[in-house]
Design a binder for this molecule. Sequence first.
Ligand code: ZN
Length: 205
Amino acid sequence: MKTKRRKKRALRPKTHTDRKKHSSRDPQSRIERLLAFANQRDIERLPDDALGEAYDFIFDFVRGDAKGLSVEEEEPRSGAALLRLQEALCSGLRQGVKLDRSPLPGGGEAVVSVFYGWEVSLEGLKRYVLRGQSAYHGTLRAVLLAALADLIANDRAKRLAMCQRPTCERFFWKKDTRQNYCSKNCADADRQKRWRTKETVKSNG
Ligand SMILES: [Zn+2]
């Protein structure tokens, strides 16, 4: 296996100051880091130090405000393992974020009996709860998806979003609830494309 070459020690966090920079205490930066991780391309080819940082972030993210955390890492740390975590994360985000744009049959708001969001089953996950605190225990994949599920469920203002430009589809956090694109670049490109399509239709018809 390719991953055997990687040394575990190289993946340990180097300094404590590095970790504080991405502290989960600030909820906004916690979300933005998560979306950056979801959007990161070629994650399976990250150099060792970036790989270590990505794992640090995941642990920081799943820990949230909890004082302790017990996670079983189901496989050795590697780019391939990180890619699988990223894929699971993106799939959850896509289902939790994209689907709730589609109108319900008959219109109106979602009701519990017709659930059409992200249905996630997390086997072997335990939750420890104390007043004002909670923590999960389970595999890294399960605790990560549980933390993501909490994030999506708490996003009442629907600010978590996926870029509407079909060739982009990056995840982003809306600064303004009407924002449909991750960047001005995508908004402009998509507007231009729609305009050109309209012109082609006109000249053909
Ligand atoms: Zn975009």
